[in-house]
Write a protein that binds this ligand. Sequence first.
Ligand SMILES: [Zn+2]
Length: 142
Amino acid sequence: MIELIPQTQADREGLNPMLVQSVSPYLNPAHVLSPPRDWLEAMVQGDIPWPLFRLRYKNMLWKRFRRDPAPFYRILEASEGHRKLYLSCHCLTSVCHREIARDFLTLLRASPDYRRWREERPSLWALPFHPAGLVEHPMARA
Ligand SMILES: [Zn+2]
């Protein structure tokens, strides 16, 4: 399950940082869901209307996805079933690109390609030993 949360609330509630991904182009410009900073600034200044931003951003996500689907699939995997993943941002606008990102991810989750990726992926958590260099899985802490 993917939830949207303001960064300030994530900080205040002390959410496990492993479960919160900032998709702000200011805090985390390298994130696969972060739009270019100047697009958001143009929107705040009124130079780009929301529907145009939406279109451009969705296009950008498709391009990134076609280049490398794995980061998108990993987000989906980390938010399967009851697992919660929070996308955070601090927005200056009344609308946030995270809503578009979540719709995009919902679409991907339903795709046969994603299901195939999951089936073909070895289950890391079934391994008898925790290979060095693997990031600790958030569920392993609970
Ligand atoms: Zn935002």
